[in-house]
Design a protein around this ligand. Structure first.
Ligand SMILES: [Zn+2]
Length: 438
């Protein structure tokens, strides 16, 4: 690969690549022709254009830029954990060209001014599209509805009280009705706090053995069921965040078969790790929803493979080392995930035989774009040139040095993953390249 360009020209070719399109990765090599930030031409074989600068990316997979429907960039209010700029740097390193930021900042993103604030920070960062979601309720208190219409006008792409699940069915019903009028999804953090409140890990064998308060599956299952029934009643688009139980997967599968307008996401940690990882009381395995049992992990992976769960979302949730060095029950929920998502997907879904590489890429590109209803996530002539170069064969070790996020609270530190993001391009411009590339 020729990485000698200091400046990427306005028009160039990427050649020798295997194109990932429509859930498949081509066997024959092809090319991408980029002109002024857009895809001028794309195809198998050799490009018709002559005399342009060429990036020979021999044998790498060229896919659309990844899209994450769920990240926490902590700005404003907790910049010591992550900012929009550092989060975007981690996103680019993970192959992402668009991310949906969660509104549980301090103050919360619950009005159009705050939506514009996040958009401005994203534009300043410049290396990833930042798509803000807004809070459902004022200050995320679950009491009165926030100014959803004004936030959509300002650029909000969805609404959620993520981290503070909406307990009132009446508020959720009203939010769904408004979201339907506005043409945006409600993203629900499905959790019944009266069932799981106060817990710090999955309620089961390991919580009993470790003497920690458990969070029963029923808390997620019942909230998933309630919100789906409200979506059925209102006809609104409901998106279920971070599905972690086999029960929730079954409920979503049945609702989709009934024609309810429901979509869902799963995180890399929920389709790869189970609750036994908490056995050493390491807060690097503490998140909400928690790591569940092996049959839940299998159900989530199967749900992604059969399309019950639409897409992979990281729930990238940075915390400082100081916080993650607290005792398990005192430490905050959440782990980072942007830079390991592709490797975890390839290692735990593709290598495990659950799906092929083309499907994995689809779960990180087309499908999240469709959840958001946004025209991105596909390699098409005329589209903006957001793309990644991937080496599906390269193995790499996850270390704190390998992470660009401001925080290091990854569940995968010390693990060897297969599948590496070699370079990321946003509107034809290089936003990340792997230092191993020569
Ligand atoms: Zn959540």
């Amino acid at each position: 690969m020729d990485w000698s360009w200091q400046r990427i020209p306005a028009e160039y070719l990427v050649t020798g690549v295997k194109l990932a399109r429509g859930g498949k990765v081509a066997n024959r090599k092809g090319f991408l022709h980029v002109k002024k930030g857009r895809i001028e031409a794309i195809g198998v074989g050799s490009p018709a254009a002559d005399g342009l600068p060429v990036l020979e990316a021999d044998g790498l997979v060229l896919a659309p830029g990844f899209i994450d429907t769920h990240v926490h960039f902590r700005e404003p209010g907790q910049e010591e954990k992550e900012t929009v700029a550092t989060g975007c740097r981690a996103a680019a390193a993970g192959g992402y060209t668009a991310v949906v930021t969660m509104p549980n900042t301090d103050p919360a993103i619950d009005n159009p001014g705050m939506v514009r604030y996040v958009l401005d920070r994203g534009r300043e960062a410049g290396n990833c599209r930042v798509l803000p979601s807004g809070a459902i309720s004022v200050a995320r208190k679950g009491e009165s509805m926030a100014e959803m219409g004004a936030m959509v006008e300002a650029g909000a792409v969805a609404f959620t009280d993520d981290g503070s699940p909406v307990q009132s069915g009446k508020l959720m019903t009203n939010a769904l009705k408004y979201a339907k009028l506005l043409g945006v999804p409600i993203m629900t953090h499905a959790e019944d706090l009266s069932i799981v409140g106060g817990g710090c890990m999955h309620g089961g064998y390991w919580s009993t053995r470790l003497g920690l308060t458990g969070m029963a599956r029923a808390g997620e299952d019942s909230a998933t069921f309630r919100d789906i029934e409200l979506a059925r009643a209102t006809g609104a688009h409901l998106h279920i965040c971070h599905v972690s139980t086999k029960g929730a997967v079954d409920i979503i599968r049945r609702a989709k078969a009934d024609g309810v307008k429901v979509t869902a996401e799963a995180t890399p940690h929920h389709f790869s790790l189970d609750h036994s990882r908490c056995r050493d009381y390491s807060p690097r395995f503490k998140m909400n929803p928690p790591l569940r049992e092996p049959d839940d992990v299998t159900a989530v992976a199967d749900g992604l493979a059969d399309g019950t769960i639409d897409c992979i979302a990281t729930d990238h949730a940075p915390h400082t080392n100081t916080e993650k060095e607290l005792q398990f029950d005192q430490s905050p929920f959440g782990v980072i995930g942007l830079e390991t998502a592709f490797g975890v997907g390839l290692t735990y879904l593709v290598e495990a035989g659950k799906m092929d590489l083309g499907q994995l890429i689809q779960c990180m590109t087309e499908r999240p774009a469709d959840v958001l209803g946004l025209p991105m996530g596909r390699l098409e002539e005329g589209a903006e040139a957001d793309f990644v170069l991937l080496d599906p064969k390269q193995e790499w070790l996850v270390t704190t040095d390998s992470l660009r996020s401001r925080s290091q609270n990854s569940s995968f530190l010390g693990e060897s993953l297969k599948g590496k993001v070699k370079a990321t391009f946003l509107r034809g411009r290089l936003t990340w390249r792997d230092e191993d590339s020569s």
